[in-house]
Design a protein around this ligand. Structure first.
Ligand code: NDP
Length: 328
């Protein structure tokens, strides 16, 4: 294959522009494994990169896309051989290393996770980086010691990608989940994923009290800013919140009160540079703990030519659940 279709971001005088282009195989970056990409996905960070809303891309031209699943074409890495089914999340894909929205990718073998045996490449990308981050968040709450007996947990940005998977995971694990959403019309969808209660987003976007009434034993926060600050002030004594997102803003207008007066813990979740053993554990858990019919219910499939439109929609907070992109 001398050239292949790719979604390429170029630098312009006024910013960046993204579009479908024929990419020359010779332009692929160094790596010891070449992969035939089958599926990718639209994550919030892909939205930022494609719309140019934040300086996610550090090299031009860049093939966008931060995650993919596919089949190894060739490998000089000891751990991988042609025909192996693999997943990549992050490691700078679509930021510093040519990314996923292309029929072919060349990456480091050390970045790859083996596709779980019972999962298709499409299912892996229906989960995508959003779902894998939701799993990392849940694992952190478990490491803290949270169990269903600790009390109800909140998921913010619930109708989005991270939120939908977090709701499905936590409910399957037996937690009573409060889904915090700005889209009341998605109440039935969220209940279908296992939410016990729908909480209007406005309940967490008002003025932040140092300590509010104790409501949740913990939470997964995809929103940041005032929402996270309110969630912390509403977290019960000894509880924990996993912060993984910034859909509502990068700031955090909180005080130390929840930490020093209620022993609340705030855990930071990073999917990009997360060490391999933890990734492997997360994908293993996703194989066993994510209900597949629920995954199917939250997923919509698009083609490479529809990625730009989906990117704008995710930044506008209009995407429900997950968008999987069929590539090869
Ligand atoms: P989505 O756009 O699918 O979901 C975000 C959700 O947040 C929206 O659906 C909406 O949910 C809510 N939301 C959007 N804007 C606002 C706002 N202004 N105030 C309050 N709530 C808002 O994105 P993803 O789920 O894919 O990603 C969520 C966040 O997680 C992003 O910031 C992303 O960058 C981050 N992320 C971080 C990773 C990491 O490694 N730490 C990895 C993956 C994602 P609703 O309509 O239900 O209110």
């Amino acid at each position: 294959m001398a050239t292949f279709k790719a979604m390429v971001i170029e630098k312009t005088e006024t910013g960046t522009k993204a579009g479908l282009a024929d990419f020359d195989d010779a332009g692929l970056m160094d790596g010891d494994v070449t992969v035939h990409v089958e599926y990718s996905t639209v994550n919030y960070k892909d939205g930022l990169a494609l719309t140019g809303k934040a300086p996610v891309v550090r090299r031009f031209p860049m093939i966008a896309g931060i995650d993919f699943a596919g089949t190894v074409e060739s490998s000089s890495h000891a751990g991988w051989k042609a025909g192996d089914k693999v997943i990549v999340n992050g490691w700078g894909l679509g930021e510093t290393h040519l990314g996923a929205y292309a029929e072919r990718a060349r990456v480091k073998g050390d970045w790859l996770v083996r596709l779980p045996a019972s999962m298709s490449t499409r299912e892996a990308m229906a989960i995508g980086t959003a779902g894998y981050t939701a799993m990392l968040s849940v694992m952190e709450l478990e490491r803290h010691g949270l169990t269903p007996a600790s009390g109800p947990v909140a998921v913010t940005g619930a109708a989005g990608g991270v939120g939908s998977v977090a709701v499905a995971l936590l409910s399957k694990l037996g937690f009573s989940v409060s889904a915090v959403t700005g889209r009341g019309e998605e109440a039935d969808y969220l209940k279908g994923l296992g939410a016990a209660e729908i909480v209007e987003r406005a309940a967490l976007t008002g003025p932040v009290k140092m300590l509010a009434k104790e409501r949740w034993a913990g939470g997964v926060d995809a929103v940041g800013s005032t929402t996270l600050a309110n969630l912390l002030s509403m977290t019960r004594y000894g509880g924990a919140v996993a912060a993984c997102g910034l859909a509502g803003g990068m700031d955090l207008p909180t005080t130390v009160a929840p930490f020093i007066l209620r022993g609340v813990c705030l855990y930071g979740i990073d999917s990009v540079m997360c060490p391999l053993p933890r990734r492997q554990e997360a994908w293993k858990r996703l194989e066993s703990d994510l209900d597949r019919p629920k995954l199917a219910a939250m997923t919509r499939e698009i083609g490479l030519s529809e990625v730009s439109e989906a990117a704008a929609a995710i930044i506008a907070g209009q995407i429900r659940g997950r968008v999987v992109v069929k590539i090869g």
